[in-house]
Design a protein around this ligand. Structure first.
Ligand code: C5P
Length: 232
């Protein structure tokens, strides 16, 4: 299974993205999320791809099956390497997207979002009305099972969830944010791990934002993280 480091391009504009990327040699894998996409539109993805970058287009689609299928058809025109949908959208929605992707000559990896990390077990029971007999972990496992049956290739999850998920679904591709070079109390990412630890836990791709984008020397930070993640 491929392993790589994906840089989260959490910048507000195209100018900042390309000034940040200037010293990097493509093909680096990058992530475009809602903030950047809703500002710059598809042209940012198109431009990144034309310059040789690999792109995870992280827009977490969630709507009725027909709408998500049509929206994804538009996104596929930009030729992303990885896309995602909310598993909560249901099996029919995921199947529509998966069938569409399977018809493409170049198929992006289709990921599912299980439970957002901002949703605690307590909120999951209280607000989403998930049966109280189901733990957060049980719920994530059943979401993944349904998502895989409907055609997902992988999921976005915490590195700490990877061992359990791989035990049950060995072929699942896992993409994991929450990476830090050092573990510091009070980080806004709860449950963070180092690249080395993510490797030991079995993550396939790590998503790294600020430890690279805010580093004094981003290329050096990227190389260090990549080495730690790929070689230990
Ligand atoms: O800067 P940092 O390394 O924390 O960035 C992590 C990236 O991963 C951000 O783009 C963030 O939105 C994304 N992400 C996350 N936690 C999740 C899902 C996505 O941090 N559960």
């Amino acid at each position: 299974m491929a392993k790589d480091v994906i840089i989260a391009l959490d910048f507000p504009s195209r100018e900042e993205v390309f000034s940040f990327l200037e010293p990097f040699e493509p093909p680096v894998f990058v992530k475009v999320g809602m903030e950047l996409f809703y500002r710059e539109g598809g042209s940012i993805v198109k431009e990144l791809k034309e310059r040789g970058y690999k792109v995870f287009l992280d827009l977490k689609l969630h709507d009725i099956p027909n709408t998500v299928k049509s929206a994804m058809a538009n996104l596929l025109d930009y030729n992303p390497d990885m896309v995602d949908v909310h598993i909560a959208g249901g099996s029919h929605m995921i199947e529509e997207v998966s069938n569409l992707i399977n018809k493409q000559e170049k198929k992006p990896i289709l990921l599912g979002i299980t439970m957002l990390t901002s949703t605690s077990e307590e909120r999951m029971h209280k607000e989403l009305k998930i049966d109280k007999s189901l733990s957060l972990e049980d719920t994530v496992l059943s979401y993944v099972e349904m998502g895989l049956e409907a055609g997902l290739t992988g999921i976005v999850c915490s590195p700490l969830e990877v061992p359990k998920l791989k035990e049950v679904f060995p072929n699942l591709v896992t993409v994991t944010p929450g990476i830090r070079m050092e573990i510091v109390e009070g980080d806004d990412q709860e449950r963070v791990v180092t690249p080395k630890r993510a490797r030991e836990l079995g993550s396939d791709y790590i998503v790294v934002g600020r430890p690279i984008t805010k580093a004094k020397n981003p290329v050096e930070a990227y190389e260090k993280i990549k080495k730690e993640f790929l070689e230990g």
